[in-house]
Design a binder for this molecule. Structure first.
Ligand SMILES: Nc1ncnc2c1ncn2[C@@H]1O[C@H](COP(=O)(O)OP(=O)(O)OP(=O)(O)O)[C@@H](O)[C@H]1O
Length: 259
């Protein structure tokens, strides 16, 4: 039997990953192990390759060199074990299906018998606070509610890994904070590995067990920091904690200096 390496146990393992698109290097020498159940945040300025890195994990972009594996298996394309929440909920949801119908989409894709779908859809909508809105269409829901619906649809897939690409970027500050806490609670309850992309340093520190800071041209890991703040996090006390402020300062300076 072949010996297992630490990377085989990682939910996601990048080893010397390089990605070129259109002949241009976009990511270079990305090496990182993401532990099962870890909440990892990838942050950095616009164009540093955050979305490209997420798309590699989703199996939508191939490595030019190096490797990316999930629980020891190479990622070669999209699978049901990995689900993606996009920033643009308006385009991710089907406008002609109501909330239940949008969640059902994930279950239909898994060929779940219709009779089993109902109770599961109800439970998922309740989980994201949309129990009383099951019959509403996306256009009848607020932005925050539409994003909750997209999250419910992703959870219906029961993914091992949840990829989130600036999911709260289009929401107002209050809704954004509410959803941050809801996602933290859901991820903890299900022990889901979350790979969360944001350009917002404070959001990354608030959510993450670790923060990966990328710098551009080509996108590369500039810092990998542990966030030692206790859980459950709290929008006031966590953000006021001296460790939070220190990490924010360090990462901010690093991004400003660009190295
Ligand atoms: N299909 C493609 N072909 C060529 N270049 C691409 C392609 N997709 C992305 N890029 C380039 O790769 C770089 C990284 O893009 P990416 O979207 O991954 O960055 P990002 O950090 O997510 O940026 P943002 O925060 O603005 O979304 C950019 O310079 C972009 O122009």
């Amino acid at each position: 039997m072949l010996a297992r390496t630490p990377a085989d146990n990682a939910a996601i393992a990048f080893a010397g990953l390089r990605v070129e698109l259109g002949g241009k290097p976009i990511l270079d020498n990305v090496t990182l192990d993401v532990k099962p159940g870890e909440f990892i945040c990838v942050m950095g300025p616009s164009g540093c390759g955050k979305t490209t890195l997420l798309r590699v994990v989703a199996g939508l972009v191939a490595a030019t060199a190096g490797s990316v594996t999930s629980f020891g298996r190479p990622i070669t394309g999209p699978t049901r074990e990995v689900s993606v929440v996009f920033q643009d909920y308006g385009r991710a949801l089907l406008p002609w299906r109501n909330a239940s119908g949008n969640v059902a989409l994930a279950l239909e894709a898994a060929a779940m018998p219709r009779a089993e779908q109902g109770p599961l859809i109800e439970a998922l909508l309740e989980k994201v606070g949309l129990k009383d809105h099951a019959d509403k269409f996306p256009s009848q829901l607020s932005g925050g509610m539409q994003q909750r619906l997209q999250i419910a649809r992703c959870l219906a897939q029961d993914p091992k890994i949840l990829l989130m690409d600036e999911p709260f970027g289009a929401l107002d500050a209050m809704t954004r904070q509410q959803l941050q806490d809801e996602v933290l609670a859901l991820a903890a309850e299900r022990n889901t590995t979350v790979f969360f992309v944001t350009h917002d340093l404070e959001e990354a520190l608030y959510l993450g067990d670790r923060v990966v800071a990328l710098l551009p041209n080509p996108g590369r890991i500039a810092r990998l920091v542990d966030v030692p703040l206790k859980r459950p996090r709290n929008q006031l006390t966590t953000r006021e904690h001296p460790d939070f402020l220190q990490l924010r300062r360090d990462l901010f300076d690093m991004m400003q200096e660009g190295h």
